[in-house]
Design a protein around this ligand. Sequence first.
Ligand code: HAM
Length: 421
Amino acid sequence: MGIIKGIKGVKDILPEETPRWHVIEDAARRWASCYGYQEIRIPIFELTALFARSIGATTDIVEKEMYTFPDRDGTSLTLRPEGTAGTVRAFIEHNRAADPLPQKFFYLGPMFRHERPQAGRLRQFHQFGAESFGTSDSRADVEVIALLWHLLSSLSLPDLTLEINSLGSSGDRAAYKPILFAFLSGQASRLCANCRRRMETNPLRVLDCKVPDCRAATESAPRLIDHLSPEARIHFDQVLAGLVSIGIPYRLNHRLVRGLDYYCLTSFEITSNHLGAQNAVGAGGRYDGLVEALGGPSVPAVGFALGLERVSLMLPQALLPSAREGLYYVAAFGENGAKLGLVLLDELRRAGISAQCDYRAITLKAHLRQADRLKCRFAILLGDDEAARGSVILRDLDSKAQEVYPLAGLSSVLKSRTCSS
Ligand code: HAM
């Protein structure tokens, strides 16, 4: 029988890699709390209808990327491809709009999309997302962008660019779509097959197609940004002015359309040249109509999500904690030494001191080799002689200096050493 392997595009995060994930997740939590966002934990699977209605039935995500399966009673369920839909569903279901607004949530966790796996693009990936409900003021847009920008900058990610666009109101888009469609119809022979199809269902998506011929064909396309209503234009100008006032540089990108249908007004992406084809580190925008579209009251909202794998790919080595795994190694050997060693290990750990031992080692030499492999800072030598004397030898594994300590009360002595070092 062959071995069973993991699924393509679904990765293990091994112990060597988890420290970099902790650095990113800790920073995300810190920044979120600094901006007043509270953690929400939403389910990993939901009714399929939730995603179809929010992300949009004609988007790539809903059309071809969702992991959808029937429940035992036939109900269609889907592994969440993103976190906004579930957060909005929870917001409505728990009648949060009845509580004082604004309310701001963040989440961290796995998402699932059946995409073609490559560097930075997985089928199970992780997002940190932030969603702010209840504020239509442009300063809420600036706030979520600032949270994302400062978080990424604090992680020293290289070459970040904030790209921003306005998608206008739904009315603006309804008025613009026939104008764009008329232009695209004249260019249809130059567009890829996918864009020729999307032209009918979701013409805006043609604008952010990456195929060079499509880009050339749409170079002189009428721009949504030139067809904004006065209110949408004012909102966009206020967002841009807000970004300038807090020193966040941006690049206008009139092609930035986003692959999810719930957006209106501000939409943005933070990209980096270091990521190759999958260059978006994080992205988001305003989605004022979504709460209502999912059956809730009319509540404006804005948010973003960040791809943790992409951040991890770019995280500088210098930000990682040193690889000192265990602080103390208990080298307990000999019949009595081994017995007292078991008790000492238990005492140390209960006192909150990191202590390791390889129970297979029966000689001091074997113990010291393990202490080295585990990158311990100190070894506590406890053989039968030490056991008889009621003492231990504390050995500094860097300097090789040794000191004798009484075995009784050792955990409190080491605890005070650990705290003061
Ligand atoms: P999104 O642009 O689909 O937006 O995803 C946000 C981020 O998730 C991307 O910029 C990327 O870093 C990461 N990501 C997406 N797909 C993959 C993948 N297959 N593998 C690795 N990373 C990936 C959303 O999901 C929206 N819910 C964001 C949002 C929140 N808008 C408002 N609030």
